[in-house]
Design a protein around this ligand. Structure first.
Ligand code: MN
Length: 753
């Protein structure tokens, strides 16, 4: 026992001032305002009871005595310090040690856990600890203390540096990180006592650093709890919403879960497989992450049922899998064998997805009890299940990984650089690629060059036209791989393409593309609306520019819109009829002028709208008749649909007189180089190689096939439908001519309805 370690007032004051920068924020001390004496109701013996209960299960009496001595030493050193919650400080190291005792860590590590904050928060030195408790414990405390404070640097730098220290300490002795993780776990469990902004900072750091490390070490239970707690403090609203949804949905699940459990528990033993079956609860952060990363709704994530099957040995895993596939149909392509190929952190299991009762997807993990221990406690299972042979392999792998980190460290210039390298290893759900200047960019797995472009800058995304990956020109949709160097080629005329939404993976790219398209739609609609109104007014003999602000003002007010622009957009979207707006404007301007100046000249030059084929969302080519340049066309405005271009004799356009009000004059842009879809129908004789000859003829005529439909075989003849890309009528005629020349083609025609 130390003779005396009074807490001097000046160090207390220092501590208070450095409180803000402590990384170990939840452990920050506060002094009670009235006195510096410990809570008189606190009894160390009582506080130690839960820890003692765990220790007696696996340690000898002398070992337990040493640990208790460390506890008394710590209590004395921290006396007068309190947690933000108001409890005596020693309750925190005791909680940390209790977690570690759950993993059955040795007495050196437990002593170190009880002393883990004394070097930092009290006058005690490393030498004193070494003298009292030996060099190993002192080194462990020193290691934990060094992974210390977030000084006044930028968050990113501090984080990188912190991370580096942690990995290095861990590489020397993995127990350091186990203590640190238990420390962080307790801090997260008691985070509520801190100010909200501090809660957020600690929560973010936990999500960024501690949870991934726990996961990499295979401490999945800890990793999950850290994630849940961080998410709760970082996104309290989202957490609350999901928690409520989860609670509501749980009731509906109970019946299905019960039914599946009952079936599995009954049928697997029937085929001679002894199993332990349990339902798996979904974690709120896990649900959130799936929703966010895979763009799923709550029910899409939640409606997947999770089960776990534990069996006695590895061969039985495969037997159980076979039996399971006999009970419920498996979903093809969802089976994963992590037994043959374990994950980097040693995780082993068989994963399969089945189609359960009522067609609900059911995810099942099959593993042995040993695999289960490793899955839940990873590296810590080394201490938990000492006599287990299979763990040697995991130990070696972890050691190798830590060793490789040390090598990386010596090769990296800065902390950030080191962090970048390690991230590749630590976040398997992400890919890390490089900009041409060597800056690293992290993206979700499966991300494409478009995701990369948006990650660099929104403008780069919006203007990207092509890309080079590792110096080679590649399509924008190319999936990126770790370490790729990506260069984006921008063009001032390039615009985001709605088709990108089909393959981008990052939510950033997705939302930016959506935002752009929405904006673009509104701009296009406004331009179209203005054009339509111009036409309609010209038709009535009043030029648009002759309508003054007063008339517009009165009209806008009377129509319930906010602005002239809104009226134009509405017309463009088909929400208002140009002809009606035009008439109202004329009526308005007559009433403003006071006299009827009915001197409107009837339609002069009516300028039609020019169709380029690349207008985007507001102007659409009708799917029924598929007009192509050269066809005589007409534009139809329908409410909420904007302008649709049909062939003038298409059957789907209303011919009644009142419907003709919606007709807009349109004309092809003869210089357009866009490609248009055209459908043709061919009846062929059933001959070997007929389809190949037809597709060759189409390709030879500079077209490509968008789609083929083969209708029912009528014995000798087969009717086919092709959707082709063509430039115009002349091009289509050329293609049809060359098809007609083929001996097997009996009949050929263009489909226009
Ligand atoms: Mn601590």
């Amino acid at each position: 026992m130390p003779s005396s370690h009074p807490n001097k007032m000046d160090t207390e004051a220092e501590r208070a001032s450095s409180d803000e920068t402590r990384q170990d924020a939840a452990a920050s001390t506060t002094r009670p305002s009235s006195s510096a004496s410990p809570d008189s109701s606190f009894d160390l013996d009582t506080a130690l009871a839960p820890l003692r209960e765990r220790l007696v299960q696996y340690l000898s009496t002398p070992e337990i005595e040493r640990i208790e001595e460390a506890c008394r030493f710590g209590e004395h050193a921290h006396r007068g310090q309190f947690r933000s919650s108001g409890e005596p400080y020693i309750t925190h190291p005791i909680a940390v040690a209790t977690t570690l005792a759950g993993w059955r860590l040795d007495s050196q590590a437990l002593s170190a856990a009880l002393l883990h904050d004394v070097m930092e928060d009290t006058e005690i030195t490393k030498e004193e600890i070494a003298e009292q408790f030996g060099k190993v414990t002192a080194d462990l405390v020193d290691g934990v203390s060094k992974i210390g404070r977030l000084e006044d640097q930028s968050y990113e730098d501090a984080q990188a540096e912190n991370f580096r220290k942690m990995l290095l300490a861990m590489a020397r002795d993995v127990r350091v990180i186990l203590i640190k993780l238990a420390d962080r776990l307790h801090n997260m469990q008691t985070l509520g006592a801190l100010r909200p902004e501090k809660q957020r900072r600690v929560a973010r750091e936990t999500l960024d650093i501690f949870a991934p490390i726990a996961n990499r070490l295979g401490l999945n239970a800890v990793s999950r709890e850290l994630q849940e707690l961080s998410f709760f403090h970082f996104h309290p609203m989202r957490y609350g919403v999901l928690e409520k949804a989860l609670r509501n949905a749980r009731g509906n699940r109970r019946e299905v879960v019960g039914k599946i459990l009952e079936t599995l528990r009954r049928r697997l033993p029937e085929v001679g497989i002894d199993v332990e079956v349990m339902g798996r609860e979904k974690h709120i952060y896990g649900i959130y992450r799936k929703m966010r990363d895979k763009h799923l709704t709550f029910s899409q994530v939640f409606d997947i049922y999770g089960f776990r099957i534990l069996v006695k040995d590895q061969p039985t895993c495969y037997l159980a899998l076979g039996a399971l596939h006999g009970i419920y149909k498996p979903v093809p392509g969802k089976f994963k064998d992590y037994i043959a190929i374990p994950k980097a952190n040693g995780y082993q299991s068989l994963h399969t997805t089945l189609i359960g009762p009522y067609g609900t997807p059911v995810e099942v993990q099959i593993r042995t009890h040993e695999m289960h221990h490793v899955a839940e406690s990873g590296v810590a299972s080394h201490w938990l299940y000492k006599d287990d042979q299979t763990l040697d392999d995991l130990q070696q792998k972890t050691h190798k990984w830590l060793q490789s980190l040390l090598e990386l460290q010596s090769a990296s210039g800065t902390s950030s650089e080191f962090l970048d390298h390690v991230k590749v290893d630590l976040f398997p759900g992400e890919v890390f690629v490089f900009t041409p200047k060597g800056k690293i960019v992290g993206l979700p797995r499966g991300a494409t060059a478009v995701d990369f472009a948006y990650a660099v800058h929104t403008d780069v995304g919006n203007r990207c036209e092509a890309c080079r990956i590792n110096g080679e020109p590649k399509p924008l949709r190319t999936e990126l791989r770790n370490g790729d160097q990506v260069e984006i080629i921008c063009a001032s005329h390039a615009n985001p393409n709605p088709g990108w939404l089909a393959y981008v993976k990052s939510s950033r790219a997705r939302s930016q593309i959506r935002h752009y398209l929405k904006l673009r739609q509104s701009v296009e609609s406004t331009e179209l609306g203005e054009h339509l109104l111009f036409q309609a007014l010209q038709h009535l003999g009043l030029p648009l520019e002759q309508i003054d602000a007063v008339v517009w003002g009165r009209f806008v007010r009377g129509s319930g819109a906010h602005s002239k622009k809104e009226i134009m957009t509405d017309i463009g979207l088909g929400k208002r009829m140009a002809a009606i707006v035009a008439r109202s404007l004329i009526a308005e301007s007559e009433s403003v002028a006071g006299v009827a100046k009915r001197s409107f000249e009837r339609r002069k030059a009516l300028s039609p709208i020019i169709i380029h084929g690349s207008e985007g969302v507001v102007v659409q080519l009708a799917k029924c008749c598929c007009p192509i340049p050269g066809d005589s066309i007409v534009g139809i405005v329908r409410k909420g649909q904007g302008l649709t271009v049909h062939i003038s004799d298409c059957r789907n356009i209303g011919r009644a007189h009142h419907e003709r009000d919606n007709w807009i004059e349109v004309e092809w842009d003869h210089a357009t180089d866009s490609l248009f879809e055209a459908n043709i129908r061919i009846v062929t004789e059933n001959r070997r190689g007929a389809l190949a000859r037809m597709t060759a003829a189409i390709t030879a005529a500079d077209s490509d096939i968008q789609n083929v439909r083969i209708d029912d075989d009528h014995g000798l003849y087969t009717p086919l439908q092709f959707t082709l890309h063509v430039s115009n009528r002349a091009h289509l005629a050329r293609i049809m001519r060359s098809l007609r020349r083929l001996p097997e083609v009996m009949r050929i025609s263009r489909i226009r309805e």
